[in-house]
Ligand binder design. Structure first.
Ligand SMILES: Cc1ncc(COP(=O)(O)O)c(C=O)c1O
Length: 368
């Protein structure tokens, strides 16, 4: 099979613009010095706009690692072993939050939700009321396993009324779905570059509120790693800001590629980009129905960057995936957990996905 003809439409990593890829083959440069500091500042500046914290008292860092690195950092930087965290779990990645918290030795209060349904903010409130000693609440924004968007704003309003901080995994939504740290009362948001930003895997944007820092800066022995300790990212981001703004060697080519993707986003406009993703989602949903493959969630629960649909009667979703791959050179994703054979997932979270790509998938599905 010709690699060049393959259309990558999995729920991340995504296909990227050739100009983004081209930045990878530029000569390697140092991760310090005037030119680098200026470029890096521009990256952070654009990320601040996407977190909607431009000019606000929030910090933004670009960690080196996948999204899980940032999630790890959000939990282990702020909570001590044995401390209580409330975790909303309505999908595979909610379960992943629980695993990360377990690994950090945290005392987990799970608020189970139903796969395919958004988390119930009142259930989080009940858990907070019953556990006033909880130091944090954590949820996933876009639950990639089911495509469900959780009501982060509503949950954030509840958490804000308590002492707990609010940790959000926006790995598969950041840059493709509106996000607002302040309005949604998010204290630490963990994200990644290989999905809606249209860049490559390996970098993880993080934003931290002042309430987040207050919890992080309590003086105790957290016993977590130096690398994922957000205090170290802040220390170098301030003390060495004018020459070497990060605690570790940055993958400069990858950051340069991200900058190309971010400048493209600025050129298009965040709102326009988000609207474009949304209209692609609607187009795909219409086509899926015409193909007799009902979307997994209702249109009211539309995820603008990711759509799951049921395999037709008598077929496993794996058959659809193999068919698209082998006969149409389109790679989509399968279901996770108990949805493995039941649904397939089509990612349209890359800025290079067009209406013609959506039509190509739909036409192929109609011919199944
Ligand atoms: C919602 C969500 N959280 C976390 C992750 C894990 O991210 P990574 O694989 O970049 O570590 C993913 C990956 O797909 C995700 O979709």
């Amino acid at each position: 099979m010709e690699q060049a003809q393959m259309k990558l439409m999995i729920p991340g990593p995504v296909e990227v613009d050739p100009k983004v890829l081209a930045a990878l083959s530029e000569p390697v440069e140092p991760h310090y010095g005037d030119a680098w500091v200026k470029k890096y500042a521009r990256v952070i500046d654009i990320l601040r706009q996407i977190f909607n914290v431009a000019g606000k008292n929030y910090d933004v860092y670009l960690m080196v690692g996948s999204g899980t690195c940032a999630i790890d950092a959000s939990m282990s930087s702020s909570l001590m072993r044995g401390e209580k965290i409330i975790i909303g779990n309505n999908g595979f990645f909610g379960g992943r939050l629980i695993e990360v918290a377990k690994n950090a030795g945290l005392n987990i209060v799970e608020v189970p939700g139903e796969w395919g349904k958004p988390l119930d903010p009142q259930a989080i409130k009940k858990a907070l009321d019953a556990n006033p000693d909880a130091k944090a609440v954590s949820v996933v924004h876009g639950e990639t396993s089911t495509t469900v968007l959780n009501p982060v704003k509503e949950i954030g309003a509840i958490v804000a009324a308590s002492e707990a901080i609010f940790l959000v995994d926006a790995v598969s939504s950041f840059g493709g779905i509106p996000f607002d740290m302040e309005d949604w009362n998010v204290d630490i948001c963990a994200s990644a570059t290989q999905k809606c930003l249209g860049a490559l895997p390996g970098l993880a944007p993080v934003s931290v509120s002042q309430k987040g820092w207050k919890t992080i800066d309590r003086s105790f022995d957290k016993g977590h790693s130096w690398y994922t300790n957000l205090q170290n990212w802040r220390k170098y981001g301030t003390e060495w800001a004018d020459w070497h703004p990060t605690p570790v060697t940055m993958p400069t080519n990858n950051v340069n590629a991200l900058l190309v993707a971010l400048e493209q986003l600025m050129e298009e406009g965040i709102e326009n980009r988000i609207q474009r993703y949304r209209s692609l989602a609607l187009r795909l949903r219409k086509g899926l129905r015409e193909a007799g493959m009902e979307p997994y969630t209702s249109d009211e629960m539309l995820n603008p960057v990711l759509t799951a649909a049921y395999a037709p009667e008598g077929h496993k979703s794996g058959e659809i995936i193999q068919y698209l791959l082998n006969e149409h050179h389109i790679q989509i994703g399968g279901g996770l957990g108990h949805l493995k054979d039941v649904v397939f997932r089509i990612g349209h979270m890359s800025p290079v996905v067009t209406e013609a790509d959506i039509d190509r998938v739909v036409d192929a599905l109609k011919a199944f």
